[in-house]
Design a protein around this ligand. Structure first.
Ligand code: FAD
Length: 719
């Protein structure tokens, strides 16, 4: 039946499998797969990524998605699958691998069996390159490549299943099952089992249930399957084998050569998060961009456990550096985890740092930048574009960079271009006029340095931080940031009020379903019925937010913001602004805070952060966190705090599209919102939406941003 319908057949002359022509065809298919997969991964992927960031490509994409698909193929646009990257990857790679497997086989099953085995092996080098940390591929963060790694690997598993299945069938139909017990075939079967185990344990459910076990299985099975495949394959796969082993050994070498050991100070911020600090010199390479990350693991006291955990199966935890790249101390905001023990003054292995690839932030080399600044100043001193009072005496070193920069500056009118600021280490090249960020939980560590740098460089930034525990806000006091644009949403079960606001609310219980908001002095003049708030947020006093459902989209594009209201609010804000900003005090509700259970009164610490037993004197700074402090929290001024879940809606979208006008000036083109030079698509191209933290938050924000035609960048804190 199989033969009749599909015209597949077993070639009865078994020896024909090894005839020269078949052999050539099989090798050719494998080599093509190898070359195409490497070309795709090493050349096309970075190329597409770079192209996607260009304005031309952005316009093309925008016109296709918003003006063609959205209008003419609405049903397609509504399909979740259409927006699912995994589906695109799987479709493309299955077509390619399917073609390589079946093309020109004349339906001979023994040929297909042999070819599928060879093709599986040919895919391995590309799959392993996708796991390299940091990725050697230009402008691509290794984490962004993981979906490709995952889905191509799954296709490889299907391919190797086809190979195994067809061989078993072939042996069974020829009554030669005993061949299965040959050494080479046993190696093949074990390699397939290793692949299968990798596949099963890599499904989301298993991975999230026990990430450490997933990692250990993945690591061990990858090494063993490569060795087993080498022993199994005939003709030999020496080249593929060497390629794979070199990639894996390079990764081991990189990790060992970029790992340093140091003691870390841990400050307990709240029952859920801690602040980790260590000197910058313990980073193997100096960070360049904001929000780089390091990978760390505890040095075990038992040498055998240390060998296994840190060298044989090196399981490390990635954490984002929340301090600035030029700060002397490295600060990490870490969720008190289950698998990484937090022990103050204990030694940790630190690998990295690993630069992020934030698509709109880049930095030139210092020397070039310096030369550029000088040159820029010299060139412009005669043109009336001189806004500095300092004299510089360095030599001009890179005229080319100067040209690029002097051309770039006028096109980014709101970014700092006064010379003293240009020489600051916080000066970055930012290809955005507005940035809207949404982060959840400890992903604030990603957002804080980015916010600081965007603010410094004059980019209008709005940051929404959703956190479940109001005590997490204390972490902000450990950063000397400019918090302009930060809005915090406390979505946990304990709603809290501001000290100033609390009494008033007690009297005015008429509107329990409204949101309170504090922004330094602004809060005293705000009313709960203020349209800015009521339009923005669904009330969630005391709501228990689902960890995976922190952003609510029910109001997306549903209301229009009244410009009048906004103007009114801006006026009021101005009138009440103090010269000196004061800290804001937050007080929790009278009810006992849920974390009391976690609070160990004997050592004044939280149970999930363990002090180092050897150094009692240096116990975790949680010893300072007493109950009285839990009752009152001071946070830096200028931060808006709301209670409940944020709702991404039209007001946020309008904010993204707002144009700034810094007042009349000769050179200020931006005061002409409808300038003929800038189309709507041009304006959209200058706005970036950024999300970091839990996957669900990222997915929702991604959909909101891309539906609105905005650029999107994500930093997932879970893989
Ligand atoms: C680039 C990046 C930056 C991060 N920055 C921070 C940060 O600044 N602060 C913070 O608290 N958390 C951060 N995380 C998340 C953090 O690394 C993990 O949550 C932590 O390792 C989990 O430990 P656990 O014991 O709590 O949870 P587990 O139960 O072990 O794991 C929970 C989930 O965390 C993720 N995870 C766990 N271990 C790893 C690992 N080795 N590599 C990748 N993902 C892992 C997995 O998705 C897993 O399903 C970051 C993650 C990534 C990928």
């Amino acid at each position: 039946m199989f033969n009749r319908h599909w015209d597949f057949n077993w070639n009865n002359v078994y020896s024909s499998l090894y005839n020269a022509q078949d052999c050539l065809k099989i090798r050719c298919a494998a080599r093509t797969t190898f070359l195409v997969s490497l070309t795709f991964v090493c050349i096309l992927l970075p190329l597409f990524h770079s192209l996607a960031l260009t304005k031309k490509f952005y316009k093309l994409n925008h016109n296709f998605n918003h003006h063609f698909v959205y209008q003419h193929l609405n049903w397609l646009h509504d399909l979740t699958l259409y927006h699912n990257k995994s589906v695109h990857i799987t479709l493309f790679w299955s077509c390619f691998v399917g073609f390589a497997t079946f093309y020109n086989t004349n339906g001979e099953l023994n040929h297909i069996a042999k070819r599928s085995g060879r093709i599986s092996i040919a895919l391995l080098p590309a799959i392993l390159i996708l796991t390299l940390r940091p990725s050697p591929l230009p402008n691509l963060l290794y984490l962004s490549l993981l979906p490709y790694h995952k889905w191509i690997s799954r296709i490889l598993i299907v391919e190797s299943f086809l190979h195994c299945g067809l061989y078993v069938w072939w042996f069974a139909s020829c009554n030669t099952m005993s061949k299965l017990w040959k050494f080479t075939n046993i190696c093949g079967i074990l390699a397939f089992i290793a692949f299968f185990v990798i596949g099963i344990t890599s499904v989301n459910k298993f991975r999230r249930m026990n990430f450490k076990l997933f990692y250990c299985i993945h690591y061990v099975c990858t090494w063993t399957s490569i060795v087993l495949l080498y022993l199994h394959s005939k003709p030999s796969i020496l080249y593929y084998f060497c390629f794979c082993v070199v990639i894996l050994l390079y990764q081991v070498y990189y990790r060992l050569s970029h790992t340093k050991k140091t003691k870390i100070t841990i400050t307990c911020i709240s029952p859920t998060i801690s602040l980790l600090e260590f000197p910058k010199e313990y980073l193997s390479n100096k960070p360049i961009l904001p929000a780089t990350h390091v990978r760390l693991n505890l040095v075990r006291r038992n040498p055998f456990a240390n060998l296994v955990n840190n060298f044989i199966i090196p399981f490390q935890h990635p954490f984002t550096i929340a301090s600035l790249p030029n700060d002397d101390a490295v600060q990490l905001i870490v969720r008190n985890g289950r698998t990484l023990p937090l022990e103050t003054n204990s030694s940790y292995y630190i690998t990295g740092c690993f630069e992020p690839m934030i698509d709109f932030i880049s930095k030139r080399r210092e020397n070039n930048l310096w030369a550029t600044i000088i040159n820029y100043f010299d060139n412009n001193s005669n043109t009336g574009n001189n806004d500095t009072y300092l004299t510089y005496s360095s030599n001009i070193q890179d005229a080319n960079t100067l040209n690029i920069m002097s051309q770039a500056l006028p096109s980014l009118p709101f970014q700092v271009n006064s010379l003293p600021l240009l020489s600051s280490p916080l000066r970055y090249k930012i290809n955005a006029t507005r940035v809207f960020m949404v982060v959840g939980g400890t992903a604030i560590s990603f957002a804080l340095p980015v916010l600081r740098i965007l603010n410094f460089n004059g980019v209008h930034t709005r940051l929404i931080w959703v956190t479940r525990d109001y005590q997490d806000l204390q972490v902000l006091n450990h950063f000397k940031n400019n918090f302009e644009g930060l809005e915090v949403y406390v979505s946990g079960k304990n709603s809290i009020d501001y000290v100033e606001e609390y009494n008033r609310l007690q009297e005015n219980k008429k509107a329990p379903n409204t949101e309170t908001m504090a922004n330094g002095n602004l809060v005293e003049t705000e009313s709960e019925n203020d349209p800015l708030l009521s339009g923005n947020v669904k009330t969630t006093f005391g709501a228990i937010a689902d960890k995976d459902d922190e952003i609510d989209f029910t109001e997306t594009f549903s209301r229009k913001k009244s410009i009048k209201d906004l103007k009114k609010l801006a006026k009021r804000k101005k009138a009440n602004e103090n010269v000196f900003r004061e800290q804001t005090v937050i007080e929790p509700p009278n009810s006992t805070y849920a974390t009391d259970e976690d609070f160990d009164s004997s050592n004044h610490s939280y149970s999930n952060v363990s002090p180092n037993k050897d150094t009692e004197a240096n116990t975790v700074a949680s010893s300072n966190v007493t109950r009285s402090i839990l009752r009152k929290i001071r946070i830096p001024a200028g931060i808006k705090v709301s209670f409940g879940r944020p709702v991404l809606n039209n007001s946020h979208y309008n904010w993204c599209l707002e144009k700034e006008c810094i007042g009349p000036s000769e050179h200020n083109l931006c005061c002409h919102p409808n300038s003929e030079n800038s189309s709507h698509v041009d304006d959209l191209a200058n706005v970036w939406v950024v999300a970091a933290g839990p996957n669900s938050l990222i997915e929702n924000t991604n959909r909101w941003a891309t539906d609105g035609g905005l650029h999107f960048y994500a930093e997932a804190f879970a893989v």
